[in-house]
Design a protein around this ligand. Structure first.
Ligand SMILES: NC(=O)c1ccc[n+]([C@@H]2O[C@H](COP(=O)([O-])OP(=O)(O)OC[C@H]3O[C@@H](n4cnc5c(N)ncnc54)[C@H](O)[C@@H]3O)[C@@H](O)[C@H]2O)c1
Length: 263
């Protein structure tokens, strides 16, 4: 069945007055969409980060122009580098007088059969996708605990943390790790009032992804969905906003699938 894309869901002030930090938010996918949603849902200030400096500056300007919010700040950073992670979170704390919501969106994928995989490729995907999420979560937990005002962390996993797909052993292993990290960190963070959950999207098509995978594979993945289509990036961002808001106050350590195919 081909379930059409619904009308864009307008903001409902789900995170009114909150300060938000989002990694990997200068791309064409979920990160920038989540940043736009966060503003539409009433955040008072936002820091967006990315490894790509040029696109980040353009994204800051775009977000300001499209939403009218002036308290939008950009900070270049690589989640695979501990110094960048700490500098990013310190910057966000300083610019916004504390961080209420962190969205760990950064994740990296390639396609390779396992028998052809070199250690370097395996390690890079793990280091950005799993270790990067761990580094951001670890430092943010410390900072939120010291602040004493609670907080929320939303991680971006993938249904591949549950499902098998050829040429995706490294990425799937990393995302399964993100899921386990989310559950364990949530248990520890509950002690100081911080909730940690993850969204697990199936497929979101955007120009950058179209360049890295064959049309044939993408069509196959879309066909496997009960809706017969990929998700729009903002449909995943909506789930992130739910997890970032008080509407999910009794949820922590959960992995919420954003997919129309049962995992
Ligand atoms: N697109 C999908 O179909 C899909 C499906 C499931 C999960 N995801 C996950 O969603 C997240 C967002 O992916 P997306 O495809 O929507 O693209 P996106 O545009 O949200 O993210 C890509 C951005 O990540 C940045 N980036 C790459 N390496 C980085 C690093 N080391 N540090 C900081 N930033 C870095 C890139 O410069 C780019 O701007 C990822 O974690 C991805 O694994 C995507």
């Amino acid at each position: 069945m081909d379930i059409k894309v619904p009308e864009y869901v307008k903001g409902h002030n789900l995170i009114e007055g909150k300060s938000v930090l989002i990694t990997a938010a200068a791309g064409a996918g979920i990160g920038f969409s989540a940043a736009t949603k966060a503003v539409e849902e009433g955040c008072r200030a936002i820091v967006i980060s990315d490894i790509h400096e040029g696109r980040l500056q353009a994204s800051v300007e775009k977000l300001k122009t499209e939403t009218g919010l002036q308290s939008v700040f950009g900070k270049v950073g690589n989640v695979a580098v501990e110094e960048d992670v700490q500098a990013l979170i310190d910057f966000a704390v300083e610019k916004m007088d504390g961080v209420d919501i962190l969205i760990n969106n950064a994740g990296l994928g390639t396609s390779r059969l396992l028998v052809e995989m070199e250690d370097a490729e395996w390690n890079k995907v793990i280091d950005v996708t799993l270790n990067g999420t761990m580094r951001m979560t670890r430092y943010m937990m410390k900072v939120m605990q010291a602040r004493g005002k609670g907080g929320v962390i939303v991680n971006n996993a993938s249904v591949l943390g549950w499902r098998a797909q050829k040429e995706q052993a490294h990425y799937a292993a990393a995302k399964a790790g993100v899921m386990a990290l989310t559950r364990c960190a949530a248990l520890e963070a509950a002690d100081f009032g911080v909730r940690i959950n993850a969204v697990a999207p199936s497929i979101v098509l955007h120009p950058m992804l179209r360049k890295s995978a064959s049309e044939e594979l993408l069509a196959e993945l879309e066909a496997a969905e009960a809706y017969g289509r990929a998700a729009e990036a903002w449909e995943v961002a909506n789930v992130m906003m739910f997890l970032a808001s008080d509407y999910s106050s009794y949820m922590t350590g959960e992995i919420v699938s954003c997919s129309s195919q049962r995992s």
